[in-house]
Design a binder for this molecule. Structure first.
Ligand code: BMA
Length: 322
């Protein structure tokens, strides 16, 4: 049975889109989601000041929405983070991890001197404090919802354009930190060549969830087919982003304990195939419910935010299947 048989797309999809946002919004996607203080919270990317069919946007900010069930979302009246200085152009693709009752955010930060991975902390989705900004180029950072040996743990995706030998052949890495500011113990987790269905870069997606069998995490995997133009609001779009799934060792989280050999989800529906960039599924949040249901949140077509669900036991079994 193919993996997609174990995953159900929400009938409410897309669970958040630009029409529902009470301030200028064009693309609402690539969100991070967590359960915090009895509610679900989503931080999402908003590319605003554009219109369908045009590839030009005025800017990007990060918005917040709350929910009682993780399905129906109420966006806040105003955007939250709009980071712009002489050096910093924007922050985007946020993820959230709750550690010791505080919400840690990871985001990509476009700067004059390259793309940096940022980590910040908030207690109220109002004030936020930056804890670290990596050297460029790095992004798609996610933090684990727990520590090993007292250290914060993260996955990340540096993108070495000279040293890796192929165009956009980028891999998934691990590092840890005593304080979320100084990062080290850098280890390769998964090389893009180990993902059998992808021929280009991979990257961390949703912050891992802790299960009895290991840290379960969804990643994105890219295939490029130059012979096939994909639907997009601009010409020359050839990349398909699928969602992969793996288990990492609980004590040595840079060691892969199992990986699904096919995509967990690939673009199928209209809202996944068509939009600003069609055929893009970009996972950013995973929540394990007490029932064993796993909610998987993903941006679709760089245009809307979606939800799919599966049972944690099935996801573990899929990763351990040889
Ligand atoms: C990546 C990032 C993501 C985006 C994806 C597909 O490089 O920019 O934000 O979803 O491309 O366009």
């Amino acid at each position: 049975m193919s993996a997609s048989a174990f995953v159900v797309r929400s009938p409410m999809n897309p669970v958040l889109s630009a029409e529902r946002i009470p301030y200028p919004a064009t693309l609402i996607f690539n969100a991070g989601v967590a359960r915090f203080q009895g509610k679900y919270v989503m931080v999402f990317r908003n590319d605003f000041g554009g219109h369908p069919g045009s590839a030009h946007f005025e800017g990007t900010n990060i918005g917040v929405a709350f929910s009682d069930d993780g399905v129906k979302w109420a966006p806040q009246p105003k955007p939250w983070i709009a980071w712009k200085t002489d050096e910093i152009h924007r922050a985007y693709d946020p993820r959230i991890t709750v550690i010791d009752n505080r919400c840690y955010l990871c985001f990509a930060v476009d700067t004059k001197h390259g793309i940096r991975g940022g980590i910040a902390v908030t207690d109220d989705f109002d004030r936020w404090e930056v804890l670290s900004l990596s050297a460029p180029d790095n992004r798609n950072m996610v933090l684990f919802p727990g520590k090993v040996g007292g250290k914060f743990l993260r996955l990340e995706r540096p993108f070495p354009i000279y040293g890796r030998g192929g165009p956009e052949q980028f891999d998934l890495w691990f590092s840890d930190s005593p304080d979320c500011a100084y990062w080290g113990n850098t280890q390769l987790v998964l090389g893009s060549e180990q993902v059998p269905w992808a021929n280009s870069k991979i990257g961390p997606g949703a912050p891992p969830i802790r299960t009895r069998a290991g840290w379960l995490t969804a990643f994105h995997a890219v295939s490029i087919d130059k012979s096939r133009e994909l639907p997009a609001w601009h010409a020359g779009w050839h990349k398909t982003y699928t969602i992969g799934l793996m288990l990492l060792d609980l004590e040595c989280p840079w060691k892969v304990a199992g990986m699904l050999r096919e995509p967990l989800l690939a673009p199928e529906t209209d809202y996944e195939r068509n939009g600003f960039r069609g055929n893009v599924l970009f996972p950013g949040g995973m929540i394990l419910e007490p029932s064993g249901e796993v909610k998987i949140y993903y941006g679709a077509a760089d245009t809307v935010e979606c939800l799919a669900t599966a049972h944690v036991d099935d996801l573990i079994a899929l990763c351990l299947k040889t």
